[in-house]
Write a protein that binds this ligand. Sequence first.
Ligand SMILES: [Zn+2]
Length: 255
Amino acid sequence: MFLFNGGRMLVRCRAHHPPEIPTHNDLNRIAPIDTVIRIGTLEATACFAAELSELTAPSGWSWHSLRQLFDELPHAELEAAGRAAQLLHWHNTHRYCGRCGRPTEDSFVVRSRVCPECSHQSFPRISPAIIVAVIRENRILLARGPHFRPGVFSVLAGFVDPGESLETAVHREVREEVGIEIERVRYFGSQSWPFPDSLMTAFFADHAGGDLSIDGTEIIEANWFTVGQLPSLPSRASISRALIDRFVEQHPDEC
Ligand SMILES: [Zn+2]
């Protein structure tokens, strides 16, 4: 059972163990529970997400943000926790019909909220975003946003606009944020990013022309780095780090 309160998740932390998710047996000590949503199975066990109205964590348990748990939870638990967080967020923000304002109800056919008055139907929302590592010969473009931890640089990222393809969004974001043109955009992989409902799609691209000119708003510092000069990097659990690690693997002589 994935229990949340105000975006934070309940886990038990013990030395030398990954954080533990509460099981049904733990639940008689944890109450009361508001919204409960079935989210699927984890290792053949049915899993649920719920919002807990009581903020005081039971003895031995504590509240942690998903970001805090990102490097600590095993992959399967992290994926299920992200799904739980996204579905709860969607449920909590679609209690009323966006067209006529009446309270919505769960559909029994597909996962959606349906308005009993006007039949308007809302599906779980996923917001696609792109993330791109631009390469110039043996260097990678890394940048800092205004909310990054001090000293940390990462690859460029941004949301896909309505009407855009992923590739169009990659070209536009790079042009807007650092003022350069790119070519040979190639798909790398994707990652669900439940803050609150993004799907990160990651690409490599090559520098095609222009010098760095940062926008000063979304990007406050940007530079080209060789493998030997890399600054502090994002969490190992993020796909942005996977892009940078792949770049490092491709330049073994410069470590
Ligand atoms: Zn309605």
